[in-house]
Design a protein. Structure first.
Length: 746
């Protein structure tokens, strides 16, 4: 791991943040493309472009201001903010793309800088006949700039910003004080534009990079005396200043020149200015200042990532994080950045890269807004910014970023997302799992579920039988050796209800039992994840099974809905737990819980195709719950293709009437049981036992459901649970609530 040396920095105030941002905002596009935009969309269209663009940049500026006043912002600017909120892997992924955007932007600005000399090159050609090329200016100017920054560092860069921003201000003043040239009779029309104009989104894609400079000053975070103050103040003031200037430029252009002139003359602003040459000079100043702003922050982003060991090679991190001098100037990172800049400057055109750069900037801005939005809902006590934005502003910014990416260019948006994904995969290899993003999302989910549970409790009315849904608690001492109750619970809670599975640890609460409890819980969580069970798992430590159940039945509903049912379980070859289960049934009945007792076997529900439900005269109250449970279980994908058969065991003279009522109940309740699956079983208690009746008809069933009486079970000391030797998996049911299948029949 690379040593985390703390950079001392230069101790700048707010001015460099403002200068770096405003010099990038008021850049090449202002001078070269705003006339084109007014010509193709009209003043109204350009103002709409400005409005949409700032719907992205202003929320981002507010998000930066908010996050910066919560964190102790160190070197790395936007990368530092994102990595400390989302974790190093996501922060590194976005940081690498951001770094390349910043570095290649220098080449883009320097090529635009050379465009300012076209009028001079044309004049030289007319006088001497020598045809000059823009690369003759671009490459030497880039080399000089890089050498200057390498030798003098950020101090000379900030000093240069003062000079170029002053020049930029003078050129804009000359433009605003100018007037329409002779021969241009212009009447201001809010909707005036040329014939057959380019589409609105094409114009937006060309103009939008003009708005992306407001975060340039954030990259100086490691060199600021008070980042919490300087970043919000400098960023917001530059963003608002830039917006005002853009609006005024649109109005001035529209009031001074016709759309046709604006569409054909790239230097149309020179026609209006008091002194025409000041506009190319201003363009040179604007592009040079933008290049300086980018060349100052790109190496600092790389240095911050190396300090966090983001790059996969340790020696590379060590090399890149090293600084120079007491201010820890990122000299080595600057060398690497210089090579990247010179490579792209030599191409002479970076149109393709420039569009991808815009996408990466949009991803960065969207991520910053997303951090702010999530932090608003996570409710993290450690998130205490002194400046607060509004969650809906951050949400608008995040959504706008990702929508406009695809509106501007679906191809480049997909390429940018693909590049981001590949970077993330390469960084993820060999790294331990991080919890930055997951912790934030977990906080958001916690706040959401907390609010929903409180709301549900406040709005909760007495549950009617027709709207009943299962909210089961299962308790077991053999959770990892007998999986039948776990499977049954996840089938019941798959879609219609909720399940809580609790492993019982016998003993007093001490270090030993607590450690055992934690180990069991981890195993249960893994089991739940591997089986994709939508149930909540937990453990409980108690001196006896009885006291454990007494505690469990008083637990609040995890889902926000009150628990209403208990599930106990024992194996057919291990009946010694029946006494404890009977005590648990009594405690559950006190709170009016529905009670289910599963007698499991090695057959483990067989082929999961047949469920037999047995109804007797004593099951008047249990019948609806038994039928509903069968319906819910058969609806699980693992029981796909299964069928329910009902066995009505009544005295002969009552049998037809009971079956008619049963068929009517099934029909009105829309239970998918065909009438042919409702079996009439005449039962004379004096001639034949119930046990023989069930064993004869349901020996091959995968699950048998029948009712039981708690009083009778207690009197017999649980003998009823031990009967039915040929039946393998058997669910005994006792309804503690009035449950209706249809509104007209119970």
């Amino acid at each position: 791991m690379t040593p985390r040396t703390k950079p001392r920095g230069h101790g700048f105030g707010t001015s460099p943040v403002f200068l770096a941002a405003i010099s990038t905002i008021l850049g090449a596009i202002l001078f070269l493309s705003f006339g084109y935009a007014v010509a193709h969309t009209g003043p109204f269209g350009v103002l709409l472009v400005i409005l949409i663009g700032h719907a992205i940049t202003i929320p981002t500026a507010l998000a930066i201001a908010e996050i910066a006043t919560n964190l102790k912002v160190e070197g790395g600017g936007e990368y530092f903010i994102i990595s400390r909120s989302f974790g190093h892997m996501i922060g590194g992924t976005i940081g690498i793309s951001l770094y390349f955007s910043q570095a290649i932007s220098v080449a883009f600005y320097m090529i635009a800088f050379s465009e300012a000399f076209r009028p001079l090159l044309s004049w030289i050609q007319t006088k001497t006949g020598i045809a000059g090329q823009t690369w003759m200016i671009c490459i030497p100017a880039t080399v000089l700039l890089l050498l200057l920054i390498l030798k003098k560092g950020a101090n000379i860069g900030v000093s240069a910003l003062w000079v170029v921003v002053t020049t930029l201000g003078i050129s804009l003043a000359a433009f605003f004080l100018g007037k329409s040239p002779s021969g241009e009779a212009v009447t201001f029309d809010f909707f005036a534009k040329i014939q057959d104009p380019d589409s609105f989104f094409k114009v937006f894609a060309i103009v939008f990079p003009a708005f992306t400079g407001m975060t340039a000053g954030v990259g100086l975070s490691g060199d600021l005396k008070n980042p919490r103050k300087s970043i919000p103040l400098g960023t917001l003031s530059a963003t608002l200043t830039g917006m005002v200037v853009y609006v005024l430029v649109v109005i001035k252009l529209s009031s001074s020149l016709r759309p046709e002139t604006l569409a054909t003359d790239q230097f149309a602003m020179s026609r209006i200015a008091l002194w025409g040459p000041i506009i190319p000079i201003g363009l040179a100043a604007a592009t040079l200042s933008s290049a300086i702003g980018s060349i100052l922050i790109a190496p600092r982003t790389m240095q911050a990532m190396a300090r966090d060991s983001i790059f996969p090679v340790a020696s590379l991190n060590t090399f890149l994080c090293k600084g120079k001098g007491s201010a820890n100037e990122p000299f080595n990172a600057m060398l690497v950045t210089s090579m990247i800049v010179l490579t792209f400057v030599s191409f002479g055109s970076v149109d393709f890269v420039a569009q991808v750069i815009s996408m990466f900037f949009m991803i960065t801005y969207g991520s910053l807004c997303l951090v702010s939005f999530l932090e608003h809902f996570a409710g993290n006590p450690s998130y205490r910014p002194t400046f607060r934005s509004r969650w809906y502003i951050s949400l608008v910014g995040a959504v706008a970023c990702f929508i406009m990416m695809f509106q501007m260019s679906p191809l480049y948006a997909i390429l940018a997302i693909l590049a981001i994904s590949l970077i993330y995969i390469s960084l993820k290899r060999g790294r331990e799992k991080e919890y930055g993003l997951s912790a934030m999302i977990k906080g958001v989910i916690f706040q959401l579920t907390r609010s929903l549970r409180v709301l549900v409790q406040r709005k909760q009315e007495v549950e009617s039988g027709i709207s009943w849904r299962p909210s089961f608690i299962a308790v077991s001492t053999s959770s990892l050796t007998r999986l039948a109750p776990f499977d049954l619970l996840r089938w019941i809670s798959h879609y219609y209800g909720f399940g809580t599975y609790i492993h019982y640890v016998k003993g007093l609460l001490n270090e030993t039992t607590q450690q055992e409890s934690k180990q069991k819980l981890e195993q249960l969580i893994q089991l739940s994840a591997s089986s994709r069970a939508g149930i909540y798992v937990d453990t409980i430590i108690s001196p006896s099974f009885k006291t454990a159940v007494a505690q469990i039945v008083q637990l609040p509903g995890i889902s926000g809905m009150e628990n209403n049912s208990m599930l106990f379980e024992f194996h057919e070859d291990d009946t010694k737990e029946i006494a404890d289960i009977i005590e648990g049934c009594h405690l559950s009945s006190i709170v009016d819980y529905n009670i289910c007792v599963l007698r499991s076997s090695e057959r483990h529900f067989g082929y999961r195709k047949k469920i037999h439900i047995w109804l007797t005269p004593g099951d008047y109250r249990n019948a609806n719950l038994m039928i509903l449970l069968g319906y819910i279980i058969i609806g699980h994908p693992e029981w796909r293709g299964g069928e329910i058969e009902l066995f009505a065991a009544f005295e002969s003279h009552k049998l037809d009437n009971q079956v008619k009522q049963l068929n009517r109940l099934i029909d009105q309740g829309r239970i998918p049981i065909s009438q042919k699956n409702v079996q009439k079983i005449p039962w004379d208690k004096k001639v034949r036992t119930y046990e023989n009746l069930v064993c004869e008809n349901s020996e091959n069933a995968d699950l048998v459901i029948m009712g039981f009486s708690l009083d009778k079970l207690t009197q017999e000391s649980g003998e009823f649970f031990k009967r039915f030797p040929n039946i393998k998996d058997l669910l005994f049911v006792k309804a503690g609530q009035k449950i209706m299948i249809s509104e007209t029949t119970d």
